[in-house]
Design a protein around this ligand. Structure first.
Ligand code: AMP
Ligand code: ZN
Length: 114
């Protein structure tokens, strides 16, 4: 998807601070972090959101889950605690329509949903 921001990051057309990468997934720092650790985990295959991803490719969805765990370990928050969230659809606060998990930690997070 040439007009998708995250596909352009995958294609190295837009720079990103990459934290972790496999054949299937890419993790990079959010450009506007809301916590000391704020990393986005995305499948390299374009899916609009987590629903489309889970319906189409459960193995890839599992790879995203595995990458969330790996990023949490690499960033030092697996033990202290972190939040992984998938904003889904405009009503869920999604602004970039390529499925992604926010991995946030490094400070105590409130239950606020914003
Ligand atoms: P969402 O609102 O859940 O769709 O999240 C999209 C996220 O992408 C936001 O937290 C943005 O700060 C982040 N973002 C937008 N552009 C970039 C970029 N070029 N590099 C890294 N993160 C970005
Ligand atoms: Zn995309």
């Amino acid at each position: 998807m040439s007009d998708c921001l995250f596909c352009r990051i995958i294609a190295s057309e837009i720079p990103a601070s990459i934290v972790y990468e496999t054949d299937l997934v890419l993790a990079f720092r959010d450009i506007n972090p809301v916590a000391p650790v704020h990393v986005l985990v995305i499948p390299k295959q374009h899916y609009t959101d987590i629903v489309e991803l889970a319906d189409a490719d459960q193995a890839l969805a599992a790879a995203v889950m595995g990458a969330i765990a790996e990023v949490a370990r690499l960033e030092g928050v697996a033990e202290t605690g972190f939040r992984a969230s998938f904003n889904t659809g405009a009503g869920g606060g999604q602004t970039v329509f390529h499925a992604h998990a926010h991995v946030m930690g490094g400070r105590r997070l409130s239950l606020s949903l914003g």
